[in-house]
Design a protein around this ligand. Structure first.
Ligand code: T46
Length: 133
């Protein structure tokens, strides 16, 4: 089964422009405990390189683009995030890397829990060990 799962955010636009609403428990499949965004990522810089033990997230590129690599320890897939109407679901125990940020990229992330450094697996060998269990 593919690691790439999208949730669609219907644009609620009118003649003035567009609007997207993100609702926890609806288009975002968990209650939202935290929102953060990545912006101003320098050209050529990659981010991520970790997995989460429990955290679930939805990532939406509200402007610009970046390339997301997902890896569950068995397979590796990649996808471009470049539209504000599609959110990428990132489950727990999935290694993620983000590459090729455009200069204007704003990546909005909705998270199922508050920030907890103990939930991160930042070492790939450790991730593979835990993923095999
Ligand atoms: C993820 C990808 C998509 C906090 O203090 N609170 C927070 O809520 C977050 C997300 C980060 N931080 C601190 C931890 C680090 O000292 O901010 C610093 C940068 O975080 P990090 O190096 O983990 O950033 P990224 O871009 O590599 O990863 C982030 C999220 O951490 C991660 O959960 O899935 O974006």
């Amino acid at each position: 089964m593919s690691l790439i799962h999208w949730t669609h955010f219907p644009p609620l636009g009118d003649e003035r422009g567009s609007l997207v609403a993100l609702e926890g428990g609806k288009t975002v499949p968990f209650p939202i405990q935290r929102v953060y965004y990545l912006f101003g990522t320098k050209l050529g810089v990659s981010r991520g390189f970790h997995a989460h033990k429990k955290l679930q997230q939805v990532a939406v590129c509200v402007t610009g683009r970046c390339r997301m690599v997902l890896d569950d320890g068995q397979k590796r897939e990649e996808v471009w995030l470049d539209t504000p109407t599609q959110g990428l679901l990132i489950g727990n125990m999935v290694w993620r890397e983000m590459h090729d940020f455009s200069h204007d990229c704003v990546l909005l992330v909705l998270a199922s829990n508050h920030y907890d450094e103990n939930d991160y697996i930042r070492n790939y060998e450790e991730f593979i060990r835990l993923a095999e269990k």
